[in-house]
Design a protein around this ligand. Structure first.
Ligand code: ATP
Length: 353
């Protein structure tokens, strides 16, 4: 589907996506990439300029939000402050004309799902942020949607609560077996929660894959940069050696080999690769032929608790290495010194420009 706003902004450009029942999909991308507009079109809060949205074969585009089998959870889990937990949850059903007894029973079931039955009579100001969020979820679940749409659902919470809610939300989704489509700009949140991540940039999909693939095999430069802590090197193809390409960096004499069976690019043509910072080691295990290793200056040794991030300069190229915290005692205070880094050919990823 495509969405062009009046004035000509193309917010969503030919986005095509299939989501399964029971699947947890996260739309991830920088601010303004079109992820919220995509979600709003699925939920019925925005109409596509072009395209179709189907759920179980039924077209949704002409249905208003409350007639769709989808429910949206907005960033601000706005609860009615003067109503109790139970009344807040019942509210959605009241709007659908469900009778009082039935409403109460369904609301109590939904509260049970999120573990809040003991707090049914409390008002929102007597609940913690996490509890309020669970009330908001119960209020959504009570209407039995086929798909739950979540727009930055953890955005407002403090970090510790965010970490807890990630697990709670993901667990709840597994128990319910519902389709969740979740929008965030937070890479870590996407990696920790999704079955599949859809990385968007500039109104388009860049890559759709499971979290491990997104983290270790970014398909494009944009994904490699957005996910962070990837070393991205530009160079030219120097040779083909069987299934490998040998690439030499533009800026210095960094030489990299990458497994690329069937890649037919010509000698001398440009190529771009990425290597995760976590795949770079400071142990001497280079292949000995000068490939996939570099002599660097240590610019900064950053201790991050469970790991050490080394900020390095290989010629003019800034590079990052992330190594285990056990290396900290031997790396501390060594800024300005030189060090040899290396990585395995399997950890080199050829990027689409
Ligand atoms: P954020 O994380 O900041 O919410 P996003 O990835 O969700 O960003 P969208 O909100 O989908 O991005 O916006 C995509 C583009 O469409 C942006 O350029 C935005 O300015 C534009 N846009 C969004 N809503 C409207 C609107 N109602 N009218 C005109 N332009 C809009």
């Amino acid at each position: 589907m495509t969405k062009v706003f009046p004035g000509g902004t193309v917010a969503v450009d030919d986005v095509n996506l299939h989501v399964d029942h029971g699947e947890y999909v996260v739309l991830l991308g920088p601010s303004g990439c079109g992820k919220t507009t995509t979600l709003r079109m699925i939920g019925g809060h925005e109409f596509p300029t072009q395209g179709e949205i189907l759920l179980d074969g039924q077209s949704l585009v002409d249905l208003p939000p409350h007639k769709r089998p989808t429910t949206t959870v907005f960033q601000h889990f706005a609860l009615f402050p003067h109503r109790t937990t139970l009344q807040n949850v019942e509210f959605g059903l009241k709007m659908h004309g469900v009778k009082k007894d039935e409403r109460r029973e369904a609301a109590m079931r939904a509260l049970d799902m999120v573990g809040l039955v003991p707090l049914a009579d409390r008002k929102p100001n007597a609940l913690s942020g996490g509890q309020q969020q669970r009330v908001a979820l119960a209020r959504v679940l009570v209407t039995k949607p086929k798909a739950l749409l979540l727009d930055e659902p953890l955005g407002d919470l403090d970090r510790l609560l965010q970490l807890r809610m990630r697990v709670e939300l993901r667990n709840l989704q597994r128990q319910l077996g519902l389709m969740f489509i979740h929008v965030t700009h937070n890479q870590e949140e996407a990696l920790s929660m999704a079955d599949r991540i859809v990385v968007m940039n500039d109104a388009r999909i860049q890559q759709v894959a499971d979290p491990l693939t997104i983290a270790t095999k970014p398909a494009t430069e944009v994904v490699a940069r957005f996910m962070g802590d990837n070393n991205i090197l530009r160079g030219v193809v120097k040779a083909h050696e069987g299934d490998r390409l040998i690439i030499e960096g533009d800026e210095q004499h960094l030489r990299v080999s990458v497994h690329a069976p069937g890649d037919g690019r010509a000698i001398g043509s440009p190529a771009m690769i990425s290597v995760r910072a976590a795949a770079v080691t400071v142990e001497a295990n280079g292949s000995g032929d000068g490939l996939n290793s570099a002599e660097c200056e240590i610019v900064f040794v950053e201790f991050l608790g469970d790991l050490v991030k080394l900020h390095l300069l290989a010629g003019d190229e800034r590079m990052l290495a992330k190594v285990g915290a056990e290396h900290y005692p031997s790396l501390r205070g060594r800024e300005g010194e030189r060090i040899r880094i290396s990585w395995k050919e399997d950890d080199v990823q050829l990027l689409d420009a």
